[in-house]
Design a protein around this ligand. Structure first.
Ligand code: 6GU
Length: 245
């Protein structure tokens, strides 16, 4: 899968993709991440990419022509590429959107700065607008990194062969159970005995209960949409009884 990031700050993207799983994914050719500097597509002598808003007001607006030329250059190589604009006004990004986007072979990620882009960019050049949450960042660059990371995890071979993105939190609508590794005792805080027992049935029972407990305590909203078995519901009742007593 290929990502073309349109940005005024391409240097922001150097290190995140040179580490760990995403670096390996690039090395294996599973993903390709390129940056396109929008400023290179400003045709005037001073390479102006922003201007004051018509009608007055605070800040600067990113101009339409450099963005249009940058997008059109990427589209020369692939006319069917999908263009996503990262903005706090977009549709909220989640695991489901990440999975959907992972079925595409090529995305353009347009990163806004300042007071955003000229509305004609959104009307004429963008297919989809995405926000990564209800807070305001200084630009779309960090959001683009988040999106690429979450989407790439769904591509076959990016995670270890024995793991799949589907198994992780939110897909089954439960949070993960607590994990421990050596030592068995740290400053008097012991690893739960059942995990050292070698009794696999007891261990999976404990993990199920702790995943349900954690979800109930931290993200009860996830339980509404979860596909809970009768067994799960019994365990939840048991946890609720333990809490009140
Ligand atoms: Cl995509 N951009 C900016 N600037 N702020 C955000 C965001 C995006 N998503 C959440 N906050």
């Amino acid at each position: 899968m290929r990502f073309d990031i349109l940005t005024l700050f391409p240097a922001m993207f150097s290190s995140p993709f040179q580490q760990s799983i995403l670096a390996k994914a690039i090395e294996k050719g599973l993903i390709e991440v390129r940056t396109v500097n929008i400023r290179d597509f400003a045709m005037d002598k001073h390479q102006v990419v922003d201007d004051a808003p018509y009608g007055g007001g605070q800040g600067m607006v990113m101009k339409v022509e450099p963005i249009a030329r940058a997008i059109e250059q990427v589209k020369l190589g692939n006319p069917s590429v999908r263009t996503v604009y990262l903005t706090p006004e977009g549709k909220r990004f989640n695991q489901e959107t990440a999975r959907e986007l992972s079925s595409r072979s090529h995305l353009i990620l347009l990163c806004g700065r300042y007071e955003g882009v000229d509305e004609r960019v959104r009307e004429l050049l963008v297919d989809e607008e995405i926000s990564i949450g209800d807070y305001v960042l200084t630009g779309g660059e960090l959001a683009a990194m988040v999106l690429i990371d979450a989407v790439s995890r769904f591509l076959p071979g990016v995670l270890g062969s024995d793991r799949s993105a589907e198994e992780d939190s939110f897909i089954g609508s439960l949070l993960e159970y607590p994990q421990y590794t050596r030592p068995p005792s740290f400053r008097g805080y012991e690893v739960p005995e059942v995990l050292l027992s070698g009794n696999h049935q007891a261990i999976s029972g404990w993990r199920k209960k702790e995943a349900l407990r954690r979800t109930l305590m931290r993200r009860p909203d996830l339980l509404n949409g979860a596909s809970l078995s009768e067994e799960d519901k019994k365990i939840l009742e048991e946890i609720s009884r333990e809490i009140v007593s």
